[in-house]
Ligand binder design. Sequence first.
Ligand code: GAL
Length: 414
Amino acid sequence: MKTRAIVGALCAVGLLSSGPMANAEDLEVLHWWTSGGESKAVGVLKDMMEKQGYVWKDFAVAGGAGSNAMKVLKARVLAGTPPTATQIKGVSIDEWAEEGVLANIDAATKGWDKEIPPAITKFLNYKGHYVAAPFWVHRLNWLYINKKLLDQVGGTPPTTWPEFFVLANKLKAAGIIPLAHGGQPWQDINLWEGVVLSKGADFYNKTIVDLDHGALTSATMIDVFDTVRKIASYFDPGTAGRSWNLSSAMVIQGKAAMQMMGDWAKGEFLAANLVAGKDYLCVPRPGTAKLFMFNSDSFMFFKKDGSDAATKGQVALAETITSKDFQHKAAYYKGAIPARSDVSMDGFDSCAQKSHDDFVAAIKDNALIPSLAHGMVQRDATLGAMRDVVTHFVNSNEDSKTAVQKLAQAAKVM
Ligand code: GAL
């Protein structure tokens, strides 16, 4: 006991440095992976870093899509005490880089340009230097269906909105909650953007990517809002404020039949030992069969002591995240597919296999669609304004014509 205390003290002052303590740099890591499946995935990283002798300081801030974590991050950076790394997605990386607070991790990026698709890497660098490391690719436009409940009403997976409503009516008539939704702003816009996508990739690109005024106020967009209104009529009374993983739990436990969510929800199904294709189905949301709406999580690294270059620990984190071993293990638990294209898909479930094939095809066919809701298209201010419009619509009796006018106004917020 005494010897251990002395060795510990010597290590702390740097007089002894062998074994795992050799790397004893603290890694304070901000993320919002707090659900069952998410914790397993981030746990893989924690273990791998601890094995290399780093001290993992978990800084988890619960709240789907990072809604709370990103507020906490801003406060920490403003206070001049950023974490070592933070979970982040897409366009925000550039916004942070412009503030001059990010460290470059070029030292960790050997092979990335070859093994990680440009659709992912284009978000990760700033002025020619990598500042973030990619975890995986999530497919957003999934619809999950509890197989037992589907069979109970003699239904089939819907491929169009009319088919969806036929099924929802059957379920409702049988006393089953058709759709588990969580009434939070990011989930509302996640649902809405899936309906926009069902109008085709061109329409999505014109409205969501180009913010074209004519398309934003078109009859097609009015129809999108009408469809969302109709979908919302199948929500259950417990919808308001519910987190996404509780909605997944409802489908897992047979309390609701369907959920529309990105494939991190699959991590929950896996953690509950449900088998894809047998206990539950995952199908593209109505009208989006050939399309792949995606986001990709990454860790972004902050400058420590004013130096542009990442610390040893930050480089090790980035290297570990993009190692083949981590990419395979963590994507499996997370319900995602690896960001690296040279990682084997062996052992992944049938949904992930399909996701992988569809991702490869979508890259070829130019059918890869960045998610607005998950920060892959517009900057924070624009996204926030559009999200407010959609969530207000979902939670009020506003008519679709008013909503599209507000949407077009919101799209001008830069
Ligand atoms: C997404 C993120 C996922 C998952 C999800 C739910 O934005 O990409 O990794 O955490 O939010 O919180």
